[in-house]
Design a protein around this ligand. Structure first.
Ligand code: M6R
Length: 603
C-alpha cells in the first residue's frame, strides 16, 4: 500500500524520483523518502507527510546521484514518523518496500546485529538481511534466492547497492513493474508511477527479480533469465494531471459522461442495438452469482444484485472480500463469482479470488486497471474504461462499475430468454442517453454547492434509501466520511424505525435518495417519520418526485426523470458532488484524506 520508484540514469535522478513519487501519492502519503548513490555512498532524505515536504527538504539540502530509489508510505507497522520512513539503509544497501513482511520479528533474530534496527517497521530487517548476505560473500542470484526463502508475506522491493550502479527489484504478492527508457531505466509500483518517464513497461510476476541499470533491464525467475511481455501503457501524462481542476476528485466527477460513454461503446453495438461482451463464462448456464468487493466497489455490488434478480432471474449474493475470504465456501452448481475492483490490487479481493479459484469456482473480474494482479489471476476479465482514478474517493470507477454490472445482467437475461431483442434494443436506447443525463447534473452543480453550504457544519449525517437507493445511501455516507471526516451512516429507509431514528434531531441532516419508482411512497413515509421528529430533510429525487416532496423537505435536488434501473448511476453524481462540496467547505484534503490510501494492498 505504498508506492515505490527506482531510477538508473546517466543524469541526476533526484527530481525525477520526486516526480514519480507524486504520481504514486494516491498509494499512501504518511511519509516520503529517497536515497541516491553519491560517490559510492548512500545519501538519504526523508520527510513526514506528503511528497511536497520531501521536495522542500531536498530544495534546502539538495542531493544528486544518477541512481536512486524512492518511497511514499502508507503506515502499517510503526506510526508515521521520520524514523519509520523509507528508504531503510545500512552502509551497503538501501531498500524501499511495499507490502508486509509477516515474519519480520523472526528475521530480526537471525540478523548478525539486530541492535542496528532503528525503526518499528516490518521493512527495515530486509536491508540488514541483504547486508548480512553481502558480508557472507553472496551475489544477486543467491541473495534473491535466500530472500525469497526467508521472507514471508507480500513484498515489492527496490534495492540500491553501494558497490554497483545497478538496482535490484524483487516481487512477490505486491505489484511491481519495470520501465524501459533511453539512457535510463525504471522500477515502479505501477504504470501510473512510470507514466512521467516511459510508456514501455513489463510487469514482474511473483518471485521474478530484475537487475536494472541505465542501459539494460534483465528479468530473472529463479536462476533463469526470462522474457516478460513489454506492454505499451495507454496512460498518458495528461490523464494523470489535474488539468485545471482544483482536485482530482472534481475532475473525475466531471469525466463521468465521457467515461460512461466509452464504457458503453465497448459493450454495445450502437447500430444493431445489441450487447457484445467477450465472455465464455457468461454463456454458460449460470444459476447463482456471488459478487465480491471492498468499499465503494462493494456498494456497486449491492446495487447490482437487484439487476441480476430483475433481468436475469439469478440470485446474487453480495459479500465484502475481507469476510468472504475467511468463510467456508460452499460451491453451488452453476455458480460464478464476480470480483469488482477499481485498482485490481485490493488485497482482500485478490485473496478472495485466490480462495474461489482454489475451490474450483468460475471467476470473472471487473477491473479498471489493466494488467493488475486481480485481472491476471481471474479466469476472465471485463474492463471498465474509467481511465486512471487518482482521487482516493472513488467516483468514476463506481459509475462505470455500475454500468458494467447492469449490462452484464441484461446480457444474462437475454441468454436465459427473459429478455427479447426488442427489450434489449429499448434498454440500449435508454443507456445511450446516460451521458446526457449525467451532464444535466453537472450543469446544476451550483445547487449542490448551495446545499453543501447549509449542512457542512453537521456532526452527523444520515443517508437513507430503499432498494437500489439503499446501496447508494451507503455509498453516499462512505463518500462523506472519507473526504469530510463527518460521521455519516447509510441505512435502508425502512430500518430507521428499528433504532437509528433515535439519533434524529434538528442538527442531523437526513439525505433521502428518493427518485420516483415502486419504492417512492414507502421511502416518502420514512422521511415523514424523520420530519415528525424534527429532522432536517434533504432529498435527491427527480422532477416528478419533487412535487410531493416540497412540503416535507428542507432542501431538494432533482435529476431528470429516467428509467428506474438507471437511477443509481444518475443519482450517484449528486451524492458525489454533495460530499465534494461539503469537504471543500470544511477545507479538508479532498484527494488525499487522512489515514487513507487509494489502493489497499494489505489485509
Ligand atoms: O480498488 P478497489 O475498487 O478494489 O478499492 C476498494 C476500496 O478500497 C475503495 O472503493 C475505497 O472504499 C474508496 N476509497 C472509496 O471511495
Amino acid at each position: 500500500m505504498c508506492g515505490i520508484v527506482g531510477i538508473a540514469s546517466n543524469n541526476n535522478c533526484t527530481y525525477a524520483l520526486i516526480e514519480g513519487l507524486k504520481k504514486l501519492a494516491y498509494r499512501g502519503y504518511d511519509s516520503a523518502g529517497l536515497a541516491t548513490l553519491v560517490n559510492k555512498e548512500i545519501v538519504k532524505r526523508v520527510a513526514l507527510g506528503k511528497i511536497g515536504n520531501l521536495e522542500a527538504i531536498i530544495k534546502e539540502k539538495p542531493i544528486e546521484g544518477n541512481i536512486g530509489i524512492a518511497h511514499t508510505r502508507w503506515a502499517t507497522h510503526g506510526s508515521p514518523n521520520e524514523l519509520n520512513a523509507h528508504p531503510h539503509a545500512t552502509n551497503k544497501v538501501a531498500i524501499v518496500h511495499n507490502g508486509i513482511i509477516e515474519n519480520y520479528k523472526e528475521i530480526k533474530n537471525i540478523l548478525s546485529n539486530k541492535s542496528l534496527i532503528k525503526s518499528e517497521t516490518d521493512s527495515e530487517v530486509v536491508a540488514h538481511l541483504i547486508t548480512d548476505y553481502l558480508d557472507q560473500g553472496h551475489d544477486y542470484p543467491e541473495i534473491v534466492e535466500k530472500l525469497l526463502t526467508e521472507l514471508k508475506g507480500a513484498f515489492a522491493l527496490a534495492v540500491l547497492f553501494t558497490k554497483t550502479n545497478k538496482l535490484l527489484a524483487i516481487k512477490r504478492g505486491s505489484p511491481l513493474a519495470v520501465g524501459y527508457g533511453e539512457q535510463n531505466n525504471f522500477i515502479g509500483s505501477d504504470a501510473i508511477g512510470l507514466a512521467p518517464f516511459t510508456k514501455k513497461i513489463s510487469y514482474l510476476e511473483d518471485d521474478d527479480w530484475a537487475i536494472v541499470d541505465n542501459k539494460n533491464i534483465f528479468i530473472y525467475h529463479g536462476k533463469n533469465k526470462v522474457d516478460r511481455e513489454i506492454s505499451i501503457t495507454s496512460i498518458s501524462r495528461q490523464s494523470i494531471e489535474k488539468g485545471g481542476y482544483k482536485h482530482f476528485m472534481h475532475k473525475e466527477i466531471y469525466e463521468q459522461p465521457t467515461v460512461i460513454g466509452e464504457t458503453l461503446k465497448s459493450f454495445i453495438d450502437p447500430e444493431k442495438k445489441i450487447i457484445k461482451i467477450n465472455s465464455e463464462i457468461l454463456k454458460t448456464d449460470i444459476k447463482k452469482i456471488s459478487l465480491i468487493a471492498c468499499g465503494t466497489s462493494a456498494f456497486a455490488c449491492r446495487i447490482a444484485r437487484f439487476w441480476f434478480e430483475e433481468f436475469a432471474n439469478i440470485g446474487a449474493n453480495v459479500d465484502i472480500a475481507s469476510e468472504y475470504r475467511y468463510r467456508k465456501l460452499l460451491k453451488t452448481e452453476g455458480e460464478v463469482v464476480i470480483f469488482i475492483s477499481q485498482s485490481g490490487e485490493t488485497r482482500d479481493t485478490l485473496a478472495s479470488l485466490e480462495e474461489a479459484k482454489k475451490h474450483g469456482l468460475k471467476t470473472i473480474s471487473i477491473v479498471n486497471v489493466l494488467d493488475s494482479s486481480i485481472s491476471r489471476l481471474s479466469d476472465e476479465n471485463i474492463f471498465t474504461l474509467a481511465g486512471p482514478e487518482i482521487g482516493v474517493a472513488s467516483t468514476k470507477a463506481f459509475t462505470t462499475q455500475l454500468l458494467t454490472l447492469l449490462i452484464i445482467s441484461i446480457l444474462l437475461g437475454k441468454n436465459k430468454n427473459f429478455i427479447n431483442d426488442n427489450f434489449e434494443s429499448k434498454i440500449i436506447t435508454q443507456l445511450l442517453d446516460l451521458p446526457s443525463l449525467l451532464n444535466d447534473i453537472l450543469e446544476k452543480e451550483n445547487e449542490l454547492r448551495d446545499i453543501a453550504s447549509k449542512i457542512y457544519n453537521a456532526k452527523d449525517v444520515l443517508y437513507i434509501g430503499r432498494g437500489m437507493g439503499h446501496g447508494l445511501a451507503l455509498e453516499g455516507a462512505l463518500k462523506l466520511k472519507e473526504i469530510s471526516y463527518i460521521h455519516a451512516e447509510g441505512y435502508a429507509a425502512g430500518e430507521l424505525k428499528h433504532g437509528p431514528i433515535a439519533l434524529i434531531d434538528e442538527s442531523v441532516p437526513v439525505i433521502g435518495i428518493i427518485p420516483t419508482n415502486n419504492l417512492y411512497e414507502k421511502t416518502y413515509s420514512n422521511l415523514a417519520e424523520v420530519k415528525a421528529r424534527g429532522g432536517k430533510i434533504i432529498c435527491i429525487t427527480d422532477k416528478e418526485g419533487k412535487k410531493n416532496l416540497e412540503d416535507l423537505s428542507d432542501l431538494i435536488f432533482s435529476i431528470k426523470k429516467c428509467n428506474d434501473y438507471l437511477q443509481p448511476i444518475v443519482c450517484a453524481l449528486p451524492v458525489q458532488l454533495l460530499a465534494y462540496h461539503i469537504a471543500c467547505f470544511k477545507g479538508t484534503d479532498v484527494d488525499q484524506p487522512r489515514n487513507l490510501a487509494k489502493s489497499v494492498t494489505v489485509e
